[in-house]
Design a protein around this ligand. Structure first.
Ligand SMILES: Nc1nc2c(c(=O)[nH]1)N[C@H]1C(S)=C(S)[C@@H](COP(=O)(O)O)O[C@H]1N2
Ligand SMILES: [Mo]
Length: 293
């Protein structure tokens, strides 16, 4: 796998003018809410805004880190709606405004780690996923919640290459989804998310590998059985359903024991649950952590 250092990002990876103009348009159309609280979970330095917004994984736009910036300008962020289905009392189609309105924005500074071995510290703006899910009144049969993301081949040129099956699907067990660290993000560094980071709405689950963080969510479905997530479908030896960050479980071709923080030179040791074990380990009591890769 090709891993670029933040210092290697070329000027062609930096936001082109078209996207910049679209962003102004988008910001103008967005109902902006003030950030009401701040949770900082690490003393590590923030990763630069430039690196976070240009060094992205988003296969619908291509499999290179700069592809979502290069190929994302045609992606329409508005109008946006989210369909809610399955085992719940309030299924339906909700506009993005309906989804966001009752939830004050919080800033959450989280360590994030990609399964490929790089990591970042990102100041997200978002709100607890569980607060939104409760509004849809999941019933006792809702054991998992599945997220489906935008699948628009005409606006997402990477889809044609079929590196993955689309739409991109991710899912969490209900208790994971209700955990207060799991958020839906709408911004970072105090500004609305742009397409490459998953605008207008994406999942952030900081104790899991980055691929659990589905971007551009269009559907939420409450289900009884564990869904097949896209990366597990692609290769279940490398990418499990749980995908908890675990330095003790290597992939068949590389270790997960260390990581490169984007912007830093030396490798860091990877922490179990990405350092959030004191808060989330209890979710997995009695389960073999080696199987939760
Ligand atoms: N829809 C969609 N969501 C996605 C991906 C993707 O390819 N498509 N990539 C995932 C992976 S592998 C990672 S590491 C994170 C990266 O998020 P970031 O680029 O905003 O840091 O997004 C995840 N969400
Ligand atoms: Mo990733």
């Amino acid at each position: 796998m090709h891993i670029k250092k933040a210092g290697d990002i070329s000027s062609s990876d930096i936001t082109p003018r078209g996207l910049y103009l679209r962003r102004r348009e988008f910001l103008a159309s967005l109902v902006t809410l003030p950030v009401t609280s701040k949770m900082v979970t690490t003393t590590d330095d923030l990763t630069s805004k430039n690196a976070i917004t240009s060094y992205t994984n988003y296969y619908e736009f291509g499999s290179e880190k700069g592809d979502a910036v290069r190929n994302g300008a045609a992606f329409k962020l508005s109008p946006w709606s989210v369909t809610v289905e399955g085992q719940c009392g309030k299924p339906g189609t909700y506009t993005l405004e309906d989804i966001l309105k009752p939830h004050p924005l919080e800033e959450r500074v989280y360590r994030m780690r990609c399964v490929e071995g790089w990591s970042m510290v990102i100041p997200w703006d978002g709100f607890p996923l569980g607060n939104l899910l409760k509004r849809f009144e999941p019933n006792a049969k809702a054991k998992f919640v599945e997220f489906t993301t935008a699948n628009r081949p005409s606006e997402m040129p990477g889809i044609r290459r079929r590196v993955l099956n689309y739409p991109y699907v991710e899912a969490l067990r209900m208790d994971e989804a209700m955990h207060p660290l799991a958020i839906l993000a709408t911004g970072l560094y105090g500004e609305s998310l742009l397409t490459p980071n998953g605008a207008p709405l994406r999942l952030v689950v900081p104790w899991k590998y980055g691929f659990k963080g589905a971007k551009s969510i269009v559907k939420i479905r409450f289900v009884e059985r564990q869904p097949l997530n896209t990366w597990q479908e692609a290769n279940n030896v490398y990418y499990g359903f749980y995908a908890n960050v675990n330095p003790d479980v290597p992939t068949p071709s590389y270790s997960q024991a260390t990581e490169r923080r984007i912007g830093e030179f030396f490798m860091r040791r990877t922490l179990p649950f990405n350092g959030y074990g004191d808060q989330v380990a209890a979710l997995y009591a009695g389960m073999d952590p080696r199987k939760l890769y």
